[in-house]
Design a protein around this ligand. Structure first.
Ligand SMILES: [Zn+2]
Ligand SMILES: [Zn+2]
Length: 250
């Protein structure tokens, strides 16, 4: 079978599966998407109650600017561990001399995205496929299972991201109760931060005011008393850096 025939067969199969998948989960009813590449979770949602989670395997991205395809296994910025599962597709491509299955990146058009995704869906026994569009990239993924909203990974993913009424989804920051954008109160941090910086897993954006710093210094550390005084609250990363800009007094 040549590559074209092979792909057509897989595409036909994808269309069948995709129709069932869309029906079963009412996929088109969701307005918003969000994916967490650390937990390899795709969230489709309208509100906190109206949502569904899937585990996914990243297939690859199509760059609209460069008009190139890049497999996720070739992409260093793709952090999903399950991308390794795509290597069976690559091996199959080598065996059958299907170039597009074995080259990490190549000039492409939008058709390749669905074709390659359909091949992967078959190899990975996916329950459906999804494409996420951003300004520059189309990101294709194979969905492998629906995930329980109460599962550990969904809970952990939710904790990692906060939904801010002003800024939407962003990373969390923790600030003392005294910090606002009305009175300059000083800004102390556990370590130097800047917006968008990478954080180690054990690190968080954390800040407190001059008064809290006095109490903290009195005890020499954070303890029950100083934490009681600070009443740390959760904000989003954007709010955190607005507070930082306003409250720094030097
Ligand atoms: Zn404070
Ligand atoms: Zn915010």
């Amino acid at each position: 079978m040549n590559y074209k025939e092979f792909c057509q067969e897989k595409l036909d199969h994808l269309i069948e599966i995709q129709n069932l998948f869309k029906q079963q989960f009412d996929i088109d009813s969701y307005e918003n998407w969000f994916y967490d590449s650390e937990f390899e979770l795709l969230r489709l949602y309208n509100s906190d109650e109206d949502e569904v989670y899937f585990t996914y395997i990243p297939v690859g991205t199509y760059s609209k600017e460069k008009q190139t395809w890049m497999w996720s296994w070739f992409n260093d910025s793709s952090i999903e561990k399950n991308k390794k599962k795509l290597l069976v597709v690559k091996e199959f491509g080598i065996k059958n001399q299907y170039e597009k299955l074995q080259e990490g990146t190549f000039p492409s058009d939008e058709l390749d995205g669905w074709e390659l995704t359909s091949v992967c869906l078959d190899f990975l026994n996916g329950i459906g496929a999804y494409k996420v569009n951003s300004d520059h990239l189309d990101f294709y993924m194979v969905l492998t299972a629906v995930e329980d909203k109460n599962s550990k990974s969904v809970q952990q993913s939710k904790q990692k991201i906060v939904e801010c009424t002003q800024h939407g989804f962003a990373r969390p920051g923790f600030v003392c109760q005294h910090l606002d954008c009305k009175t300059v109160s000083g800004f102390h941090e556990a370590f130097d931060t800047y917006k968008g910086m990478e954080l180690e897993e054990e690190d968080d954006f954390q800040a407190w005011c001059d008064e809290c710093e006095k109490v903290r210094a009195e005890y020499g550390e954070w303890n029950e008393e100083s934490e009681n005084f600070a009443q740390i609250r959760l904000v989003c990363e954007n709010c955190y850096f607005e507070l930082k800009k306003f409250n720094q007094n030097f």
